[in-house]
Design a protein around this ligand. Structure first.
Ligand SMILES: C[S@@+](CC[C@H](N)C(=O)[O-])C[C@H]1O[C@@H](n2cnc3c(N)ncnc32)[C@H](O)[C@@H]1O
Length: 437
């Protein structure tokens, strides 16, 4: 097994061009199947996993406690690793189930048959009803989405339906009255809505066909590497719904953790929940996962409030004391703030406390020799930079986890919000690599 020093040197020799993902292919790893916020660039993760693989045991297993669109799982599958992912957002679960599933060529005929059946539809009955539906969808768009939705429900193949729901989710993102330029829900101006003529069926066909192609390409890469037998991945796949701060649902211990956590509470950074709210209105919960235990559609903010740092703490002073003792960077950030600024910055402490708990939950599921790869970025609060990278390093240090190295990258190909609450170093990300034991 290579020494940690050898691993450190080989990681540090990865070129900046590779880390920046300058030449990455947007269709690679079925990335375009849906435009989930802040997706990682697979080629960046791949360069790191490739360097770590020689130090992992034969039947190695990886976990991502903030799975998002499962880029880390799919990348790890290319290396024959058992993969596990968890996320609190039901849409992330659905996307990940589809991306890690191995579809047969039969999906092409199934999809064509479904398109034909939608084009024969005549019913104008709405398939879903929710508060303000007319604000978010034009009537003609609602009718076509309903026709597609009914056709999907008629299929008795659950994984085909899951594929169609993910496709529909991307169609909804493009055809609703919600602006695509932000992750927060913002309705377009009325004259713009009136001018737009969008056909959901047209998008559904185009996106569905492209996604099938991408998924089958991914399958052929895995087949070439002899990782597919009888149309399934030869190793284990776990895609679990769950709140990582409450615990990791995985049934295994893992030799590798690769993740990119949120940069702060969703409300003031990336609103993954708001991004998912409209698509999830159209997708039956039973077709996603029957272990989801909260009403994620009760209000627009429901998923974001249940995500890391989304709730107010009742024992705030205790949390503050605990975290300041672990991170001197966080403590000195706070000490520089005025009384009013401190109130606003409380959410940083609450978020980092949730992160700290999630780290403990993750460490419980790792083997003694495991490697951890964390991609983090910094954010602003009160126009001051919260140095998530330094803080994470100090938190890990307080738990006796060894730092191996840091790699820096420019964010060129990641879909992030342009302004609000992000620091000037926001266009940079750090990849921190640690080792247990
Ligand atoms: C930066 S994204 C992950 C991106 C992912 N690596 C990719 O390439 O698509 C962060 C994810 O953390 C999830 N998340 C936030 N709070 C969570 C929690 N308490 N438990 C589990 N997942 C959570 C969000 O729903 C989001 O999908």
């Amino acid at each position: 097994m290579p020494t940690t020093n050898f691993i450190k040197e080989s990681l540090e020799s990865i070129s900046l061009e590779t880390l920046n993902g300058t030449n990455f292919n947007r269709n690679d790893f079925a990335r375009k199947i849906i435009n989930y916020p802040a997706m990682m660039v697979p080629s960046v993760q791949e360069s790191i996993i490739k360097n770590l693989i020689s130090s992992l045991p034969k039947n190695a297993s990886m976990i991502d406690p903030f799975m998002g669109a499962s880029s880390t799982l799919v990348t790890s599958m290319k290396y024959g690793i058992n993969v596990s992912g968890q996320d609190i957002n039901p849409l992330s679960i659905l996307i990940s189930q589809v991306k890690t599933n191995i579809y047969t060529d039969n999906i092409i005929e199934q999809f064509n048959a479904l398109l034909a059946s939608v084009s024969r539809s005549w019913s104008i009955m709405p398939e879903v009803q929710f508060k303000n539906i007319d604000k978010w969808f034009k009537k003609d768009v609602q009718i076509e989405l309903s026709q597609i939705s009914r056709a999907i429900k008629r299929s008795d193949d659950l994984f085909f339906r899951k594929f169609c729901w993910v496709t529909l989710a991307e169609v909804i993102r493009l055809t609703s009255n919600d602006r695509t330029s932000t992750f927060k829900m913002h309705v377009r101006p009325i004259d713009e809505i009136n001018r737009r003529a969008q056909s959901p069926l047209h998008y559904f066909e185009k996106i569905g066909k492209r996604s099938i192609n991408d998924l089958l390409n991914l399958k052929s890469v895995l087949t070439e590497k002899k990782l597919i037998k009888n149309d399934s991945y030869t190793r284990e796949i776990e895609v679990k719904w769950g709140d990582s701060k409450k615990g990791l649902v995985t049934e295994r211990n893992h030799n590798l953790l690769v993740t990119s956590p949120p940069y702060g509470d969703n409300h003031t950074t990336v609103t993954y929940g708001q991004f998912s709210y409209l698509p999830l209105q159209w997708i039956p919960e039973n077709d996603i996962d029957n272990t989801i235990d909260f009403d994620y559609l009760s209000v627009i903010q429901s998923i974001d409030s249940n995500s890391l740092g989304g709730k107010k703490a009742t024992n705030y002073s205790e949390i503050e004391e605990k975290l300041f003792s672990k991170s001197k960077t966080l403590k000195s950030f706070f000490n520089k703030l005025t009384k009013d600024e401190k109130i606003k910055a409380k959410k940083v402490v609450v978020f980092l406390n949730d992160l700290d708990i999630t780290i403990d939950n993750s460490l419980n599921k790792l083997t003694n020799e495991a490697y951890l790869v964390w991609t983090v970025g910094n954010r602003n609060v009160n126009n001051r930079e919260v140095q998530n990278d330094k803080i994470l390093r100090e938190l890990m240090d307080s738990k006796g986890v060894n730092h191996v190295t840091d790699l820096k990258r420019d964010i060129l190909a990641k879909r992030m919000p342009e302004k609000n609450n992000f620091s000037s170093t926001m266009n940079k990300e750090k990849i921190l690599i640690f080792k247990m034991g």
